[in-house]
Ligand binder design. Structure first.
Ligand code: CA
Length: 360
């Protein structure tokens, strides 16, 4: 049998099965086809992020035998980057890809599902989300907006960012205008700086023209793709602000619930696979781009001074304490996050951290 005939036969069998009273195929009719839009916060085909979303869409299309076709729209193609949340919420697009901390204007608690400065690594975040109650809270929060969230990517530890002046003390952060979203931005504000949030595509020009003094973005792989190494001299680490930021796929809840259960499962599995694949890609490509930067020798790598990191950690605690004091939803999410973090940190100290310390 040719593939087309097989598919037709399969669809007919599925239809016959669902028509029978003994078989529960869930809502929708097996064999019914869907064509969905997916809007992203990333530039078109952007390495790792945009391309990862393209793969996610392809995966869903293939796994569903073409019954769920996803057309990807990069930032600006259908809507601007920061309108993804509302676009999926309204159903204008059925799916979105971005990161939860972009939506702190909707709910402060959303940021905790991306990253907390000095918080958990990618592995630890996955532990919390999948096995520590995090995903249930994430779903509960987003259900209030008519959305279903899925973890769908993680960049791993980021870099601290690009600066045109050295950061030797907290005084050097005074008046610093830096692109840094989420809680990291609030911490910088408290340190006397001015955080701004720009979508990825606008960062290079802002840095080159001096409309910002510094920026963080992701890590060597993506930062080099934007040419940030041509716009700043110092490349700081570690990325205290984003130790293991989660990328998310959001689905309009009504659209999701209108799907048969097998297509719902395909979305869930494809997001989970994307979560793994993106993380692996960032590890491999960051290392590759780091080697390139080292070879070119034009960028100066700097680690933040320990006392600056200690101060920033203290400010992080203050920012979070104030945030949760005024927001019961954020308090609930943070209670779960921090209880998990404490346990995970204890285990990590004896496992990953102890092992990494043995390396030459
Ligand atoms: Ca970042």
């Amino acid at each position: 049998m040719k593939r087309r005939e097989l598919l037709t036969a399969g669809a007919a069998a599925a239809l016959a099965g669902c028509a029978g009273e003994q078989v529960d195929c869930g809502p929708g009719v097996a064999g019914e086809s869907f064509t969905w839009k997916l809007v992203t916060t990333w530039p078109p085909n952007f390495p790792g992020l945009g391309t990862g979303v393209n793969r996610l869409a392809e995966m869903i299309g293939k796994a569903s035998g073409g019954r769920l076709k996803i057309k990807v729209y990069a930032a600006g193609e259908l809507v601007p980057a920061f309108e993804v949340f509302d676009t999926v919420r309204s159903g204008t697009a059925e799916m979105g890809h971005g990161s939860a901390y972009y939506w702190k204007g909707k709910s402060e608690a959303a940021q905790f599902f991306t990253a907390i400065p000095f918080g958990m690594s990618a592995m630890e975040m996955n532990g919390w989300l999948y096995n520590g109650g995090g995903l249930e809270l994430y779903r509960e929060l987003y259900a209030g907006f008519g959305l279903v969230p899925f973890p769908a990517g993680n960049t791993g530890v980021q870099m601290g960012g690009w600066f045109n002046r050295e950061i030797n003390s907290m005084a050097d952060l005074q008046g610093l205008k830096m692109r840094i979203p989420g809680l990291g931005g609030e911490v910088l504000r408290r340190a006397g700086g001015t955080p701004v949030n720009l979508p990825g595509a606008d960062i290079f020009t802002a840095l080159q023209t001096g409309s910002i003094d510094a920026t963080e973005w992701i890590g060597p792989y993506n930062d080099v793709a934007f040419g940030l190494h041509k716009a700043a001299r110092y490349y700081y680490y570690p990325g205290w602000q984003e130790p293991g930021p989660v990328l998310e796929c959001t689905v309009n809840k009504e659209a999701y619930e209108s799907l048969p259960e097998d297509l719902q499962a395909i979305i869930q599995i494809a997001c989970s696979a994307t979560n793994d694949q993106m993380t692996a890609e960032f590890v491999a490509r960051n290392a590759q781009s780091l080697a390139q930067l080292r070879t070119e020798g034009e960028v100066e790598f700097r680690s933040f001074p320990p006392e600056v990191l200690t101060q920033l950690r203290t400010l992080t605690d203050e920012v979070i304490a104030e945030l949760v004091a005024g927001d019961p939803v954020a308090a609930k999410v943070y209670a779960s996050w921090s209880a998990y973090r404490d346990r995970a940190q204890d285990w990590t100290a004896l496992s990953e951290q102890a092992m990494l310390n043995t390396r030459p």
